[in-house]
Design a protein around this ligand. Structure first.
Ligand code: KG4
Ligand code: ZN
Length: 357
């Protein structure tokens, strides 16, 4: 029997085990994270080493620097994750790791270390799609949440409406045609001089502003009721600022931030609710960094309540990149026998649902 076959058999046998411990690694962008999670939902540790300060002076993530920082941090992050979970390596049942999408050099650090660990411990290796991890953060936060539900994914690289019909089964209903929601936050923060990462900075500034001060566009796409486009909104913000600057007039950064944020929220809320209603789905979950935005949560909650829809979202630390969410997704893959071979590679562009068009 091949080594891979042995690991598959091991995974199947694990289903009978009462307590399954997974160590997961996440290194797709600018956070090096390791976590130990029991039975897919009980977080024993979730250590996150952020590189934000390093990248701040460049105004965004520098891929080469990100890879080097992951190499420097990964061993210590794993050591701390095991220490905090109060567990030794020999009790681990599987190793899960993000293998895409993301920065290839950054992903490779997690993937290489995970392979070494899995082989060394002779336990199954589970490659996890980063977005499946973000969705699974909801399973950690809400112990009773099970599919099916509609999920709005709003991260720095993705904006999608997905129907989660079962564990590991995803149907794509909407996606962005251009910029992701988080990307729009980051770009607008940049032109407003609010720094990186933009989302939290825009949110903070927006609390002092009037969301109705400037009327920015809410893009509707013909025949694509659940798709998004944010690049026009970003251009509208830039044009608005340039116009005033050329005339020598001043503007309120807080009003622009609040009006921009409201424009993003309005389309995210409307399309997600419409999709859930069309599917007759009474549960909506949110995932990804932008789901940490308080104003988005408030507006989505208010609108969902009107249609008797229950809203779920993870706590802020589980919204942004972390390894606990990867462990949770890995657990459900493991139960389905979806073990990865040791030839697993980092895949910078990776689709969760298959390409729609
Ligand atoms: O999910 P995530 O941590 O990484 C990716 O997979 O991309 O998301 C990061 C994105 C960034 O664009 C960041 O600006 C945005 O999430 N973000 C926010 C907030 N916190 C993070 N956007 C709006 N409001 C926030 N509070
Ligand atoms: Zn992410």
């Amino acid at each position: 029997m091949s080594y891979f076959q042995q690991m598959k058999e091991k995974a199947i046998k694990l289903r009978e085990k009462e307590e399954i411990y997974i160590l997961a690694l996440e290194s797709s962008c600018d956070e090096t994270s390791a976590a130990v999670v029991k039975n897919g939902r009980e977080v024993k540790s979730n250590i996150i080493a952020s590189q934000i300060e390093t990248h701040q002076i460049y105004g965004g993530v520098v891929p080469e620097i990100a890879s080097r920082k992951h190499v420097e941090a990964v061993n210590e992050v794993i050591r701390r994750a095991l220490e905090e979970a109060d567990i030794t390596k020999d009790r681990l049942d599987a190793i899960a790791v993000t293998y895409g999408p993301g920065l290839v050099g950054a992903l490779l650090v997690g993937v290489s270390v995970a392979k070494g660990l899995a082989f060394g411990l002779s336990v199954p290796l589970i490659g996890v799609h980063h977005i499946e991890g973000h969705i699974s953060a909801n399973y950690i936060q809400h112990s009773g949440l099970e599919p099916p539900f509609v999920c709005l994914i709003v991260s720095g690289g993705h904006t999608q409406i997905i129907h989660v019909s079962d564990y590991g089964r995803y149907e794509l209903f909407g996606q962005t045609m251009d910029d992701a929601a988080g990307e729009a936050f980051d770009k607008v923060a940049r032109v407003l001089g609010l720094g990186y990462p933009g989302g939290p900075a825009v949110e903070r500034t927006a609390t002092q502003g009037n969301p109705n001060a400037v009327s920015f566009p809410r893009v509707k796409l013909k025949d694509k009721p659940y798709d998004f486009s944010f690049s026009g909104l970003k251009t509208a913000v830039i044009n608005y600022l340039h116009n005033l600057e050329q005339k020598g007039e001043s503007y309120s950064t807080a009003d622009v931030a609040a009006s921009f944020q409201q424009a993003v929220i309005d389309v995210l809320v409307e399309k997600t609710i419409n999709c859930a209603r069309m599917l007759n789905q009474k549960r909506i979950a949110m995932a990804g960094g932008v789901a940490a935005n308080s104003s988005l949560k408030k507006h989505m909650e208010e609108e969902a309540a009107k249609f008797d829809i229950q809203l779920y979202y993870p706590s802020p630390v589980l919204c942004t990149d972390n390894a606990a969410m990867i462990a949770s997704a890995g657990y459900y893959r493991l139960l389905q026998g979806k073990v990865s071979p040791l030839s697993l590679n980092a895949v910078p562009y990776l689709s969760l649902t298959g390409d729609r068009e």
